[in-house]
Design a protein around this ligand. Structure first.
Ligand code: SAM
Length: 257
């Protein structure tokens, strides 16, 4: 019996019905699949039935178990198991795979947001179906007007053709159970779009103090008179708070600035 390591965010998914729901949600395409953190291989076992899979696992103990468990799939080339920290791969390469792929995983929660943002910038990644903590799932799927709407919501709306929650998952579905509720989200990227890093910086300024007025936040980095003129041009009330503005208006203000 393997002991879960907290430092690697190990909560193994034990509810088979959730695994099957993830599999059912996989888009019908010819993309490869990348899994981050195969763990004990419960999701991997299903994924390899349908697709060629590359799985990145950071934990050497789990990697050794998986190598034995999946010896046939590895030998046939169906599974490419890589022992490494996935964030290091993104630090050194622009993509986790050489061709188009879908990211399907029960993510380690301590780096879940970081992983999704990297997948957004990875030009070979098309669909993202991942289990994350509910709070993070909400941030990537709410629309403007919702009090949870943040920079992550703006980016997801601008970059994705679809961004939705597929299923909510209680702590009891995992071993050991995490301290938070979880959700599986589905993000379908629009492959014609990219977001530049300066836009991310602009959003950071816009949401620096989320409950303050948007124009006040933006004034910290941009000329107040220019902002006022733009707000009039786009018919935006100066009292608007950051979560109330739509993604497309964020994009338009940024372009004008
Ligand atoms: N997929 C398994 C499941 O559904 O039961 C395990 C999911 S568990 C929430 C997260 C997995 O990610 C663990 O196997 C953990 O060791 C792995 N992991 C954590 N940090 C990682 C990293 N930086 N790179 C690759 N894998 C990582």
């Amino acid at each position: 019996m393997i002991k879960a390591k907290k430092k690697y965010g190990q909560n193994f998914l034990k509810d088979e019905s959730v695994v099957l729901r993830i599999i059912e949600s996989m888009p019908k395409n010819n993309n490869k699949v990348v899994e981050i953190g195969p763990g004990l291989g419960d999701l991997t076992k299903q994924l390899v039935k349908y697709k060629d899979v590359r799985a990145y696992e950071v934990d050497r103990d789990l990697y050794s178990i998986l190598r034995v468990e999946f010896i046939n799939e590895i030998n046939s080339g169906r599974l490419d198991l890589v022992l490494t920290d996935v964030l290091e791969v993104w630090n050194n390469n622009s993509s986790l795979y050489e061709e188009k792929y879908d990211l399907i995983a029960n993510l380690p929660y301590y780096i879940a947001t970081n992983i999704i943002l990297n997948a957004f910038s990875d030009n070979n990644c098309e669909n993202i179906i991942v289990m994350v903590q509910k709070e993070v799932a909400d941030k990537f799927t709410v629309t403007s007007g919702d009090s949870d709407f943040s920079a992550l919501g703006v980016i997801a709306e601008l970059l994705c053709l679809e961004n939705k929650i597929i299923i909510e998952v209680p702590p009891e579905s995992f071993s050991p159970p995490p301290k938070v509720d979880s959700s599986v989200i589905y993000l379908k990227k629009d492959m014609t779009k990219t977001i530049d890093s300066k836009f991310n910086k602009f959003l950071k300024v816009a949401f620096a103090q989320p409950r303050k007025k948007l124009i006040k936040n933006l004034s910290a980095a941009y000329n107040k008179d220019v902002l006022s003129t733009l707000f009039i041009e786009f018919n935006i009330n100066e009292n608007i708070r950051p979560h109330e503005l739509s993604s497309s208006l964020y994009s338009q203000i940024y372009t004008s600035l």
